[in-house]
Design a protein around this ligand. Structure first.
Ligand SMILES: CC/C=C\C/C=C\C/C=C\C/C=C\C/C=C\CCCC(=O)SCCNC(=O)CCNC(=O)[C@H](O)C(C)(C)COP(=O)(O)OP(=O)(O)OC[C@H]1O[C@@H](n2cnc3c(N)ncnc32)[C@H](O)[C@@H]1OP(=O)(O)O
Ligand code: FAD
Length: 665
């Protein structure tokens, strides 16, 4: 097969230093070197092959995932990889499996909620994978409403144990990843009940589920997989599980006791910390999901951009070549805002990581003041970025036309793996309602002179923002960060204030929350979009080296903001932040920005530095050699192993013969 770069011409048009942009995307030169090394390590190892995933029956698929996870662990030990390198290796192995929950939730939960003693006991076992853990919170009948969980942990003072029990079918644990077939232990969320029969609400407990000798469930434990999920391959590599307890006894010291304790005498002691800290692992994971959203979105956009540059339709003159579909303004209008969103989510993810680290340090110093903001930001941005990413993967599939529907485009599996992110770690609507509560609380405190800080600081300028009008007079006026910020702040303020005013008309605030939920969600979205826009603008204040790199990012930042403005025109115009004329100027500017993105588009997706292995897409191949490889791939399908298909003699031949006989009659 020819070995040429079909996209070389596209790459030659780039007006910026791609190698420097790769470093901006990775976050630092060090992060770039680690990701680059780990992605190549995985790509060159045949055990991490994944092109056959959608064809395997579930049992084989699952066994193969176990093999890969074991191999990944072997390589991590052999190569003495650091924690950072190991997590990148698992990321590029790109197959959802139990290790995500072990490292991503079980270990962080013990770190966050365990006492020093408990950490000393459990963490070394978990770090060496001598035990494998999962996070068992959700139940068959209760997911979003964590307070409504039914599993009980009743203290027995006679034996100094907790008795873990599933009182109803609805209380069966349902969904935890890694639980179905692999985990030996789980962090179990259960209602704490002490001898006085008082219910102290949900707490976390470490429960051993399976024997460390033969992997059989321990007495009183019923455990299994919940069954096949959406799509082929995809998330079916994960053993999401069900779990029931029949009066299972665990020692008292297996309740995670950093936040609250039960003494030997059965006394409940609450440390001097907010009870919401029991939800801390969710805050941590939501923050990582935002960072992952930019990766999944970038992956889809990389495939759609490269293919749009390869694919040609219409426009041939005098027998010449047809037009590259990336040159159609409609394609650009659908694709470039997604490219801009990938960068926007990358930077807001970086900032969220900083916010999380900051709040963690404050918590250690017993400063809990920024916890509500950290909860609102992680909940809101998790919701916003996963919703957009899931929708955008599907849009990228459509941008690739018919070929996007082939498994080998990589997009169907990416979609199937990604969409549950809109549900897990908090349903996206439920999370936006949390943001709305935070906003309503902030607005309600304004009259008392309370100065909002952090991401709600803009609400402190409520009087100005309720009245301001954009000064834009010509299209280029939109290329000004303070002009853009002001309209996003004004829109977010006006939507929140309108909700607060409407809420005040209800005698009972909870009734108002139920009735106005749809408006509250819109106000929350406006607030979250403002955060993303403002963090992109802040990123541009940094010193960013490399020829043309900052200019490209500026262009993408305006594409991101002006496209949002265009999509939510109703909000911006109805709240009087901008006039219809200014909206139309924003649209003119957006079109002209697309022309600036166009020559750089392929280089901008090259900057993600994804290997062909990670992309697993024929349409998104680095060399753009799409048609020969699609043709080759078709012949690999098991249906093409024989010229005449199995079933011909039973079903096709008799049918044809019957039709022939009928025709003769
Ligand atoms: C081919 C392959 C390709 C690609 C692969 C690509 C990507 C893969 C990417 C990533 C993989 C990542 C992860 C692994 C996968 C899955 C893991 C999933 C794990 C789970 O789902 S675990 C279960 C998660 N469950 C939830 O999230 C439940 C949601 N519900 C809640 O969080 C809460 O119950 C609630 C917040 C909705 C309501 O809680 P409540 O009833 O207690 O709340 P109130 O409304 O009364 O609030 C009280 C008070 O508390 C504050 N609060 C609430 N939550 C928090 C919190 N977390 N932290 C801090 N404070 C919180 C709330 O604001 C109120 O405060 P107030 O001041 O009193 O108003
Ligand atoms: C792939 C996958 C992996 C998972 N992994 C884990 C895991 O490892 N551990 C674990 O414990 N759990 C896990 N979960 C469970 C997951 O966290 C829950 O499914 C999630 O929190 C949503 O809860 P739910 O299913 O109860 O949805 P529900 O709350 O029942 O939502 C159903 C619908 O009702 C709406 N709704 C609910 N409440 C409200 C409200 N107050 N106002 C308005 N609308 C509302 C929602 O928007 C949604 O449209 C996983 C789930 C999936 C899909």
């Amino acid at each position: 097969m020819e070995d040429v770069d079909h996209l070389a011409h596209e790459r030659s048009k780039a007006q910026f230093d791609v190698e420097e942009m790769k470093i901006v995307w990775a976050g630092s030169r060090h992060a770039f070197e680690v990701t680059d090394r780990m992605s190549r390590l995985v790509a060159s190892d045949p055990i991490f092959r994944k092109d056959n995933r959608t064809l395997l029956p579930r049992k084989e698929l699952f066994k193969n995932t176990l093999r890969k996870a074991a191999h990944a662990w072997k390589r991590i030990i052999e190569l003495r990889l650091t924690e950072e390198e190991a997590s990148k290796l698992r990321f590029f192995a790109d197959e959802p499996n139990f290790t995500e929950l072990h490292w991503g939730m079980f270990v962080p939960f013990i770190k966050g909620q365990g006492t020093d003693e408990q950490q000393k006991k459990w963490l070394p076992l978990a770090y060496k994978m001598q035990i494998i853990g999962c996070y068992a919170q959700t139940e068959l009948g209760h997911g979003s409403n964590v307070q409504g969980l039914e599993t009980t942990a009743t203290f027995d003072p006679l034996t100094d144990e907790f008795v873990i029990h599933s009182p109803t079918l609805a209380s069966s644990k349902w969904w935890p990843g890694g639980l179905g077939k692999v985990s030996t232990h789980a962090v179990v969320f259960a209602r704490l009940i002490i001898t006085d029969d008082r219910d102290y609400g949900v707490h976390g407990f470490i429960v051993q589920l399976r024997s460390l000798d033969d992997h059989l469930p321990l007495p009183g434990i019923t455990v299994g997989d919940i069954g096949n999920k959406f799509g082929s391959g995809a998330y079916n590599t994960m053993d999401n599980g069900l779990l029931r307890f029949d009066n299972v006894r665990i020692p008292r010291d297996q309740m995670l006791m950093r936040i609250s304790q039960v003494t030997r005498e059965g006394k409940y002691v609450q440390s001097n910390v907010p009870r919401q800290l029991v939800y801390g692992t969710m805050v941590y994971v939501r923050q990582t999901i935002v960072a992952d959203a930019s990766c999944a979105l970038a992956r889809a956009v990389c495939i759609a951009t490269r293919y749009s540059a390869v694919r040609r339709q219409f426009g041939s003159q005098n027998g010449g070549v047809e037009t590259q579909v990336i040159d159609y303004k409609t394609q650009q209008n659908r694709l470039f805002p997604l490219l801009a969103s990938a960068y926007a989510f990358r930077f807001v993810g970086e900032w969220l990581k900083w916010l999380y680290t900051d709040v963690t340090q404050r918590l250690q110093a017993k400063d809990f003041s920024t916890l509500p903001e950290a909860h609102a930001c992680t909940a809101g941005l998790k919701s916003l970025t996963t919703t957009v990413t899931a929708d955008s993967i599907e849009e990228c599939r459509k941008l690739c036309g018919g070929h996007g529907y082939l498994s080998c485009s990589g997009l169907p599996e990416l979609f199937a793996v990604y969409i549950p992110a809109c549900t897990y770690e908090g349903d996206n609507v439920v999370l936006l309602l949390q943001v709305a509560r935070f906003l309503m609380k902030t607005v309600s405190q304004l009259p008392s002179g309370m100065k909002p800080v952090g991401t709600t600081a803009y609400l402190g300028r409520v009087e100005d923002l309720m009245q301001c009008h954009s000064t834009v007079k010509k299209a280029e006026d939109w290329l000004n960060p303070s002009v853009v910020l002001e309209v996003f702040e004004a829109r977010a303020t006006r939507l929140s204030v309108a909700c607060a005013q409407n809420l005040s008309k209800f005698a009972k605030q909870e009734e108002g929350f139920l009735e106005l939920a749809a408006d509250l969600v819109e106000a929350a979205v406006a607030h979250c979009q403002l955060i993303v826009v403002s963090k992109f603008i802040e990123k541009l204040q940094e010193d960013i080296p490399g020829k043309g790199v900052k200019e490209q990012l500026q262009t993408l930042c305006y594409v991101y903001a002006l496209n949002l403005l265009h999509k939510h025109l109703g909000d911006f115009v109805a709240t009087g932040c901008i006039t219809p004329k200014q909206a139309s100027l924003a649209n003119d500017q957006l079109r002209s920005l697309y022309s600036q993105v166009r020559p750089n588009a392929v280089a901008l997706v090259d900057s993600f530095n994804y290997t062909d292995h990670y992309l697993s897409s024929i349409l998104g191949r680095y060399d753009g050699n799409v048609y020969p490889k699609l043709y080759e791939e078709a012949w690999k399908d098991p249906l093409n192993e024989s010229v005449v298909p199995d079933g011909y003699h039973e079903y096709i031949r008799p049918l044809l013969k019957q039709q022939l006989r009928n025709a003769r009659l």
